[in-house]
Design a protein around this ligand. Structure first.
Ligand code: AKG
Ligand code: FE2
Length: 293
């Protein structure tokens, strides 16, 4: 079992071998700089840029409130307009958060803005259409995602492109202090923990870290995270399994993982463990693209 560290390592230009042996295999989070700063996305990406690329694209955005998620539908044009008005101070209501959007699949031309992609951090199996496992997070300053872990118990590489985000991370062994509900969500608010209502949280060891544009955050499977945007922000992640994590993910079927998630982990196990080619597995994986968790 991993000894707790209150500090998260920051590494410059970590090699694939170092990343896997020091962080993935030890289930330790890390922030990596010096790998993606030359991506074209850093000079190109903004809401107006996305709006121009696909003004009529249908997207959704979420309001997180008191343990409920309310989803609203927009076109990209409408959503960009709402954010623009908010930034200009013409509208004071916090805009909903465009959260978990598979934007590379919806606007494939964006993939060329994130080259070279650090495929050396992932199992080779993901080289085929890796962008289909990515989700975007686009929103105004102060948007937030409540405390949760990622639903398939995957590894997460999180790429910060525009603006900064404040992450509060808790290692999976601390989930027992955070009051879980609905498989992957937690009742404690790590920004303002209510110790009267959630007394066990006093045993938890939250780690706070700011992720800046150009940095990558690695979160091991089952890491709890609460995320607060400090600025208008554009980020995306890639959720991915190793042979080890996919087995752990399958074992979680016995611990309440929803059946839909078990199905996706089963498909990934076919690929990663039984070496079924990604071209075949991916045919069955397609609906993941619209999977709102
Ligand atoms: O950036 C956010 O608000 C949430 C990110 C997240 O939950 C994830 O990458 O899994
Ligand atoms: Fe997440």
């Amino acid at each position: 079992m991993l000894a707790f560290s209150s500090e998260i390592d920051r590494c410059y230009q970590l090699s694939g071998e170092e990343f896997i042996s020091n962080y993935v295999n030890k289930s330790r989070p890390v922030i990596i700089s010096g790998v993606i700063q030359n991506w074209n996305g850093f000079s190109k990406w903004s809401l107006p840029y996305f709006r121009t690329a696909a003004p009529n694209l249908k997207i959704y955005a979420k309001h997180f409130h008191d343990g409920q998620i309310k989803i609203e539908n927009f076109t990209l044009q409408e959503y960009a307009d709402i954010l623009e008005k908010y930034e200009q101070g013409k509208n004071h209501n916090q805009p909903p958060y465009c959260h978990d959007l598979p934007l590379f699949s919806l606007i494939p031309s964006l993939v060329k803005d994130v080259q070279p992609f650090p495929l050396n951090y992932l199992p080779k199996w993901y080289a085929y259409k890796w962008w289909c496992y990515c989700q975007f997070f686009i929103g105004a300053s102060q948007s937030f995602t409540p405390l949760h872990f990622d639903c398939l118990l995957t590894n997460n590489l999180f790429f910060q492109i525009v603006g900064r985000k404040l992450f509060t991370l808790l290692l999976s062994e601390d989930s027992q202090y955070c009051y879980r509900y609905n498989w992957r969500w937690f009742k404690v608010d790590p920004e303002q923990p209510d110790l009267q209502q959630y007394p066990l949280y006093k045993n938890a060891r939250p780690m706070k870290v700011i992720v800046n544009p150009g940095e990558i955050l690695y979160m091991p499977p089952g890491t709890l995270h609460h995320v607060r945007s400090l600025d208008t922000s554009i980020s995306f992640n890639i959720d991915w399994h190793t042979e080890h994590s996919v087995l752990q993910g399958l074992a979680a079927s016995l611990k309440g993982m929803p059946l839909k998630n078990v199905y996706y982990n089963f498909l990934l196990a076919l690929g990663l463990i039984f070496k079924v080619p990604p071209q075949i597995v991916f045919r069955f994986y397609k609906s993941y693209l619209n999977y709102i968790s």
